[in-house]
Design a protein around this ligand. Structure first.
Ligand SMILES: O=C[C@H](O)COP(=O)(O)O
Length: 250
């Protein structure tokens, strides 16, 4: 399925301080106001910057999201951030199940599914990440791993189009390596099948973003692949010129 309105989301990971709001974000905003894009554009900064980024964006053409949330609404969870707290800070979306959280914090598909429920309860747009490791790809298991992750990580509350899946091969994240366009097409098609298998009609409409070493040089080709509904961009979202070039490729 070709999706005309692409979703381009920057994941700042553990990068970004106040100076980036008057620097990179101000530059992005000015460019997108001067020359509007049809794409849905978002930035997910560290939790410390969300509220200030929301004020900087001031209802403009960049939505602001979190990078994770807890399942619980409040309580004795040192360091935790509830979905409701992201909303309180002005966020409208949240990345869930990123491979760095799956690897670093042992997040399972079942936990990611619960977090998706928490995000929906709070009114956030979940961006749910899946993707195979290099060993899994080399073993010919990429499609089956992604299918299993989708079946386990989605949540019955997902309906319509106000959520996104992000296919991010772990071996492509921050490495400069990317799958071939055929490989991206193959996994995105398999991901769509799994979304429909899990959710029925609820699996048709949500965009499937590609993530992993997206840059201004490869964005146009990747975004033209069937079933690629946008991009989840890490490193290249930190520089205004690079991120804007990716948005313009959408
Ligand atoms: O969430 C974003 C991805 O992990 C991609 O990161 P990258 O663009 O730096 O490879």
């Amino acid at each position: 399925m070709k999706q005309s309105v692409k979703m381009i989301v920057g994941n700042w990971k553990m990068n970004g301080v106040a100076a980036d709001l008057t620097g990179a974000v101000a530059e992005m905003l000015a460019a997108l106001k001067a020359e509007p894009t049809a794409a849905r554009v978002g930035l997910c900064p560290p939790a410390t910057l969300i509220e200030r980024m929301v004020r900087t964006v001031d209802g403009g053409p960049i939505m602001v999201g979190g990078q994770d949330c807890r399942v619980e609404t409040k309580g004795a969870f040192t360091g935790g951030v509830a979905a409701e707290m992201l909303v309180d800070a002005g966020a409208t979306a949240v990345i869930l199940g990123h491979s760095e959280r799956r690897q670093e914090f042992g997040e399972t598909d079942a936990l990611v599914s619960e977090k998706v429920g928490a995000a929906l309860r709070a009114g956030l747009t979940p961006i749910i990440c899946v993707g195979e490791t290099l060993a899994q790809r080399e073993a010919g298991e990429a499609a089956s791993v992604v299918r299993e992750q989708i079946l386990g990580s989605l949540n019955d509350g997902l309906t319509g189009a106000d959520w996104a899946l992000a296919y991010e091969p772990v071996w492509a994240i921050g490495t400069g390596l990317t799958p071939t366009l055929d490989q991206i097409a193959e996994i995105h098609a398999a991901a769509r099948d799994a979304m429909i298998e899990r959710l029925g009609d609820g699996g048709w409409a949500a965009p499937i973003l590609y993530g992993g070493s997206v840059n201004p040089g490869n964005a146009r080709d990747i975004l033209a692949v069937d079933e690629v509904g946008g991009a989840l961009v890490g490193g290249a979202s930190l520089k205004a010129a690079d991120f804007l070039a990716i948005v313009r490729a959408a």
